[in-house]
Design a binder for this molecule. Sequence first.
Ligand SMILES: [Zn+2]
Length: 268
Amino acid sequence: MPELPEVETTVRGLSRVLKDRRVDAIEARRPDLRRALPNDLGQRLTGARVIALRRRAKYGLLDTDRGDTLVFHLGMSGHWRIDPSELGKHDHFIMVTDEGRRLALNDARRFGSLDLVSTNELDEWPPFKALGPEPLGLDPAELKRRLAGRTAAIKLLLLDQTIIAGLGNIYVCEALYRAQIHPRRSGGSISLERLKRLVSAIGDVLSEAIAAGGSTLRNFASPDGELGYFPKSFAVYDREGQPCGCGGKVRRIVQGGRSTFYCPSCQH
Ligand SMILES: [Zn+2]
């Protein structure tokens, strides 16, 4: 499942093909993904120039010179294919640039989405309206304010997109491990000192994954390049029963219906 680093890597890869390019043609090969595609997609995108590509939480944003932003979410299995030699049945949306590059949004499980929103109304767009701040560049004092009075487990609060936007299960587990904070600790009880360590751990795990993803981009320009997925290694995630550097063993618990991996010796 694509997390923030995969989305960031995807946006950077798409940027090399789409930045300042005109969209010559699009093709919606089915009417919907998770929800219906906008039916005026062709009218609003064809002939438009892509002036900026960026990311918000786990969404990729393509701003056009017509004041629209194409917003994509990769869902569970989505990825963009660059210059596919032939189209497959899961290539649901195609975009062709004025340089003749062809991009296909492939999504076998169709949990992804594609929307077109007025760029200057993005903050008010329902999926964005309640989102908290980005995890990269987060101010620890701001996090402290957002956690104040909250008695729920820090693990669950970090997954709450209204508190911080874009963090998923893997990176929350890894960041709590690095910051040596127990996943069940109540969010409001954590000192500013420890939150500073947590914020820098969040920044580090995300930046390292983005850097790993970036190093895979050199292959993307070749035909049939795929964006967004790359091998990663984790300290605790999916490592139940395996040794931690401290000599203890990684444990798995379930919180909010999802697995948490942590080291009971290192995290308190
Ligand atoms: Zn340990």
